[in-house]
Every structure is written in C-alpha cells, then in structure tokens.
Ligand binder design. Structure first.
Ligand code: CS2
Length: 494
C-alpha cells in the first residue's frame, strides 16, 4: 500500500520530527518571494518558520516560480509543506517547514503575481532568482537588448522579468495609494540591494520616468548576505526522507547544519523580528558579503572547475583531494588580503569553518551543479578579488587558475566532459569563440571580451588575461593536475 502524502491533514502523523510550531491556519501572508528554489526553502523559509513559531503570524510567504510549475505542482497537494533534511557526519535531522503558505507560477498568470505583490498585506518582496535573472550585460548594466527586458519595457501588463514584476507592482501600489514594499535581494551579487536598485531604476527610466523618480525616493533595497549550502535534491533523497517521516514528500530539500543571514536593517513597512531566529541585522553588509563571495563562493567555483577536470564529482571529494585542497588553501591566502580591514572580520576562523563545511561527507554537492553560469558568477567571486589584489601589488596566480579551469571545462564539454554537464547563459557565444580551437591566450582574450571580464580596461585586464592564458596552456598541454602543481610551485617560489 502506498504511503499517504504529506499535507496539512496528515502532518501530525509525521511524529517524532520537528513540525511547524504553530497553527497553519493562523498564518497571514506578509512576504512575496520570487524564485522558490531549494535555496530559498532551506534558508529564508526556515528562518521565517522560526519567526512564525515564535508567534509572529503575519509573515507567511507567498512563493512564486518565475519559470517552471514544478514546485507549485509538487507542493500544492502538500499545502506548501515540505521536509528540510539537515545532514552532517553525525546523521540527519528532519524538520517540516510550514512558512510557504501559497505558491504561484508567474508565466501562467503574471497578473495574479502582480496583484499579490500589490496587496497591502505584502510588506517585503524577497528574491533568489540566481545571478543570470538580473539580466546584466557585460558592463554590469541592464541588458536592454534582451527580448524579455524589451518586452516588459514596452508593456508592463504581463511581465516576464523580475524587474518587470517589481515595477508593475510598485506602479499599482502607487496608483492605489499603498506604500511601497521593501525589496530584499538574496542572491550572491556584490552589494545586491544597491545592484538591484540600479537595474530597476534603469528599467523604470526606460519605461516610465515618473515611476523611476518614485522608486528612487520611496523604495528601500537593503543588501543581504545569505549563506547555506543546498545541493540539488535527488530521487534517493525523496525516497529516504519519505520513508523516514512515514509520509510521501515529493519536494524535500537537503542542506547542512550551518546557516547565516546578514541583513541591512532598512525596512519601510516593518520586518519580522529576525534577530530572534538568528539573523544578524547590520547597517553595512559589505564586509560580510565580500568575505562570503570571495572565500566561500570563490573556492566553490575553484573546487568545481578543477574538480570536474580532475574527475571529482562532489565538493567533498574535490576538497579531500590533496592537490586541490592545497590549491584552495593558496586561493584563500591570495583572497584574504583583498577583504575590508577594520570591519571585525575573522577570515582565519571563517576558512576553518569552511574547511569543515566543504568536507561534510553526508552532503553530496555536485561540482557540476556549481559549475553552472560561470560567466555570471566569476566576476564577483574571482575577478573582483584579483583586481583588488593586483592594485595592491599582490599575487593572483591561483585566482586566475580558476578562470582558466572554467574556460577549460567549457572547452571540454562534449569531449572529455558530457555535453550537458553544465550550462551558461553565454553558451552560444562561448561555443562560437571556442569552436575554432584558438590558442590558449587567444581563447582567454576572447572569452574575457564576450563575458565582460575586461570591462575595466587597461593594464589590469591584460595582465589577468595573460596569467589565465598561461594556466590554460598548461591545462591543454599537461593536464589539470600538472597545472595545479605548477601553480603551487610558482606560488611557493615567490
Ligand atoms: C554555490 C552557491 O552553486 C553555487 O554557485 O557556490 O550556491 C553556494 O552553495 C551558496 O552561495 C552557499 O551559501
């Protein structure tokens, strides 16, 4: 006999596990979240679940998917409930999360999402839509030539982009005299609040000048640093978790025990008492954000591309490979001097904690998952660090090996790596420039140009491209392992 499905009616039968500590029917929606992927469900939704349990019932989440209906289809029969599996070497803890109270699918009914965002009960709109959904061009500005951007600018009635949804809802609220919500970007972008604000203002400027002025004066875009490692859920996870709770859960999420959220405290219509759930509220997120992007995400990208080239399938496998581990230690040593001084950061303690997190044997975090969208990730994870180091006369050899490894992985797809191993929004351009088997130096030069890595023109970009070119040549001629060894030797001799 099949198991019953996890839902509001069956929930209390999942005895023995942590269940929502509140009555679901008492929860009122206060937040609209764009991008209800696994990360959101393991991070923000868990923090909000704790706030709801502490008695703040006005902050339920309405989650919207911007592309596929999968999450809504899986979670609607479960009344939005799902299991969060928290794993480390000591075992697995299961917790059922109840904060996601309603699910929408934007492309099916864009007006319904705009209407929910425009409702006076919506006080915060949060986003985890991944780097590429911000549609920045190589120079970091809004890509006005993108067909979805152009379509939203011409007609805001049925938005397709995040900027379009934000503008349509803010316009509606303004017309109805409802004060604007606070926009909270939770993606791994530098100064993410300010970055999104600039993009939305560029968008509004092209669509509706008056609305642009209103946004400039009235809408808050605090910045945030979000952190929790959330590998993609597998069928095996679904089977194991369903068997453990005794109810079928079609959409559980797995994660690590560690979680961190640092939020700039600037909310115009109130916010949950996040401090009580362990969130750090600050006046300046930048130091935390730079440390996380440059040490955690930078190392992640390094582990992922070098790991793929060396046949390592998961982060823990790559991190326990002595050569790669040695490389990551050097990468960190190179990145640390670029971090803000006097901000109370403790980079040594941070990398010690990261070493433990990356070694978590229970979490199978695939290197191929992190390899996606390199053109959108490397600028803030690696290139910004390298530019800062170069400006101070420092070393950048290990940083640039990450960029070379990314290009090598792009070249290896369809050859030594499966063709669909990972994807990138710039794939078509990347394929075009890499198809003619250019020399390593030429490949790097062209990739830098199409991906906008040379946006800061001048000597720094040329120098960075030259160093990456030498690494790529080593990878081509001698293989990734030898290229790592050579980078380590060069670093040691300096
Ligand atoms: C990862 C991040 O997929 C990736 O690019 O580096 O998703 C990383 O796991 C999170 O930022 C951790 O907070």
């Amino acid at each position: 006999m099949g198991r019953e499905r996890l839902s509001e009616t069956t929930l209390r039968r999942a005895a023995g596990y942590e269940l929502p500590g509140y009555d679901l029917s008492e929860v009122e929606p206060g937040i609209v979240h764009l991008g209800v992927g696994a990360f959101h469900r393991a991070h923000q939704a868990a923090y909000i679940d704790s706030c709801l349990a502490a008695g703040e019932r006005g902050w339920g989440i309405v989650g919207a998917s911007l592309r596929s209906a999968d999450t809504r289809d899986a979670l609607s029969p479960q009344n939005g409930l799902y299991t969060l599996s928290i794993q480390n070497a000591a075992g697995e803890n299961l917790r059922v999360i109840g904060s996601l109270r309603q699910l929408l699918v934007a492309p099916e009914n864009p007006a319904a999402l705009v209407s929910r965002m425009s409702h006076s009960s919506t006080r915060i709109v949060t986003l985890t839509v991944t780097e590429k959904a911000y549609m920045r061009n190589a120079a970091g500005a809004l890509d006005l030539s993108h067909p979805d951007v152009a379509s939203d600018i011409a007609d805001l009635a049925n938005p397709r982009t995040v900027h379009g949804f934000l503008l349509a809802a803010l316009k509606e609220r303004r017309q109805s005299g409802i004060p604007p919500f606070t926009v909270l970007c939770c993606d791994n972008l530098p100064s993410n609040g300010e970055t999104l604000r600039e993009l939305v203002l560029q968008f509004a400027g092209a669509a509706d000048g008056e609305l642009a002025r209103f946004i400039e004066e009235e809408v808050a875009f605090p910045s945030t640093m979000v952190d929790r490692i959330v590998p993609a859920t597998t069928d095996e996870d679904r089977r194991r978790i369903s068997a453990a709770i005794g109810l079928d859960d079609a959409w559980p999420v797995k994660t690590e025990p560690f979680m961190q959220w640092v939020v700039e405290d600037r909310f115009t219509l109130g916010r949950p008492e996040w401090e009580r759930a362990g969130v750090t509220m600050v006046s300046d997120v930048r130091p935390f954000e730079e440390m996380k992007l440059r040490l955690l995400n930078g190392a992640h990208s390094g582990l992922s591309y070098l790991g793929l080239l060396c046949g390592r399938e998961s982060v823990s496998e790559a991190f326990t490979d002595p050569a790669i581990r040695g490389f990551v230690d050097r990468l960190w040593a190179e990145a640390i001097p670029s971090l803000p001084k006097g901000a109370g950061l403790e980079p040594q303690a941070y990398i010690a904690a990261l070493s433990e997190r990356f070694s978590n044997p229970a979490l199978v975090h695939r290197t191929a998952q992190i390899a996606n969208d390199g053109s959108q990730k490397l600028p803030q994870r690696i290139l910004a660090t390298a530019r800062a180091r170069l400006a101070g006369g420092g070393q950048v050899g290990h940083l640039m090996l990450v960029v070379a490894a990314w290009i090598a992985c792009c070249q290896a797809r369809g050859k030594s790596l499966p063709a669909g191993q990972f994807t990138d929004p710039m794939d078509r351009n990347l394929e075009e420039v890499l198809a003619g088997s250019p020399s390593a130096v030429e490949a790097v030069r062209q990739v830098f140009s199409i991906a906008g890595f040379d946006a800061v023109t001048g000597e720094a970009s040329t120098q960075l491209a030259q160093i990456a070119g030498r690494h790529l040549q080593n990878i081509h001629e001698k293989g990734a392992r030898a290229a790592i060894d050579m980078a380590l030797e060069q670093g040691a001799s300096r």
